[in-house]
Design a protein around this ligand. Structure first.
Ligand code: CTP
Length: 406
């Protein structure tokens, strides 16, 4: 997230559920307060097993709320008042149990009652064992909550406290903070009611069951664009290749692996008003990956990998026809002759605008937090300064909205 983001005067109501990730919520409180936010905490009974009310109270400078039926607490600040006096509710860690209760509208303790009684935005930062996250019940609950308008940050992939690996780790405090800042931002709804499809990240092209070809794209720029479009009121579908960053808040995410899968997912998501191809799609893949692991044969040397060209998603979406979005935007990742290559791509692919960026070694653009872009259309060329990828995304969305409105 951008340095120096201020949350001055913002009031956060943080619900800490019972999970090992609760320790990260203590750091989150600290970072929120550093940026000027005030934090009140509701600690669930399970949450109390992981962090103590004393550490929470010391960090927030406020009393901790634990009990729905505590007479003193209810008189001083009742459960309705707790939500009323907040700008945003954050649930971190959001356990499978809390998600299930919220999805079903169960209100049998202070945290779940607040979640049912609130009319404020709610940001969930889930954390649980990978099997619990993948369980059909949790998948259903998350889908329901998204439909109900709740926001999500994470979970991310990684090694878990239980020794397993996969999605289920709570996002890091800085990522949660970025989502909080995003959720609190006053949004000018320039894309209200519009449908936007964004592709992001790399694609993985399998060679055999254990190997693949990939590239260094992190998905940061594409994800930031999807988030900015959602904040501007659009209905956003993000089709993403394998990335390790969190899902943006308020978008529908379709995860794919290969270029072919990405094309199919994009086609299935059409129609749209705007298509933004920010993914670093692999140009080549394998027609038929080997069914078993390719083994070293003594004396026969390294295998020859026969590549075939992948479909060009941007070119296909740009093709004139009924399903062509009104605005089709491509990216050009180049390591030299940026403008010339971008112009050629604009013509070759038939899109309306190319966002060109220099990804050469030493620029730090691929995978890094910042970007310098050039906007190339048939009649214009514009250079933007070095900006945070979030800021690039917000400015791009403003620009696209303007182009759509013309
Ligand atoms: N793109 C795509 N499908 C592909 C390849 C690229 O949709 N199979 C899109 C990218 O998402 C991006 C734009 O096309 O919006 C340009 O991608 P880039 O990798 O820069 O260009 P290439 O088409 O790969 O051309 P080259 O290899 O010559 O750089």
């Amino acid at each position: 997230m951008e340095q120096g983001v201020t949350l001055e005067g913002k009031r956060i109501l943080l619900i800490i559920g019972g999970g090992i990730a609760a320790y990260k919520s203590l750091d989150l409180i600290r970072r929120l307060r550093e940026r000027g936010a005030s934090v009140r905490v509701v600690l669930t009974a399970a949450g109390k097993q992981f962090v103590t009310p004393l550490s929470v109270a010391s960090l927030t400078g406020n009393p901790v709320h634990e009990d729905l039926f505590c007479l003193t607490e209810e008189t001083e600040m009742g459960h309705i008042e707790l939500s009323r006096s907040a700008d945003l509710l954050v649930v971190a860690p959001a356990t499978a149990d809390l998600l299930a209760k919220a999805a079903a509208g169960i209100a049998n303790d202070l945290a779940s009652t607040i979640l049912l009684a609130t009319d404020k935005k709610v940001l969930m930062a889930p954390a649980m064992n990978v099997r619990m996250w993948d369980h059909p019940a949790t998948v259903r609950n998350v889908a329901q909550l998204r439909e109900d308008g709740l926001l999500f940050v994470g979970p991310s992939d990684g090694e878990m406290a239980c020794g397993e690996y996969g999605p289920g780790r709570m996002s890091e405090p800085m990522e949660i903070l970025a989502s909080i800042a995003g959720a609190l931002q006053p949004t000018s709804q320039v894309l209200a009611g519009r449908r936007v499809i964004v592709t992001s990240g790399p694609t993985h092209e399998p060679i055999d069951p254990v190997r693949y070809i990939a590239n260094r794209s992190s998905g940061r720029q594409g994800h930031a664009i999807a988030a900015a479009a959602a904040q501007a009121g659009a209905h956003v579908t993000l089709v993403t290749g394998p990335v390790s960053i969190s899902d943006p808040v308020g978008v529908s995410v379709v995860r794919v692996e290969t270029a072919k899968e990405m094309l199919a997912a994009v086609k299935a998501s059409l129609p749209a008003d705007i298509f933004i191809g920010a993914a670093a799609v692999a140009d080549w893949g394998f027609e038929k990956p080997a069914a078993g692991k390719i083994k070293k044969e003594k004396g026969s040397g390294p295998p020859t990998l026969a590549l075939v060209e992948n479909p060009d998603i941007l070119a296909e979406v740009s093709r004139p026809g009924e399903s062509r979005p009104a605005l089709v935007v491509g990216f050009a990742a180049e390591t030299g002759n940026l403008i010339d290559h971008a112009r050629t791509k604009l013509q070759r692919k038939g899109c309306d605008l190319i966002v060109a960026n220099d990804v050469g070694p030493g620029t730090g653009v691929m995978g890094g937090p910042k970007n310098t872009v050039h906007l190339i259309s048939s009649d214009q060329q514009e250079a933007w300064p070095l900006l945070d990828k979030g800021e690039v995304a917000r400015r791009l969305i403003q620009r696209f909205a303007g182009m759509l409105g013309k």
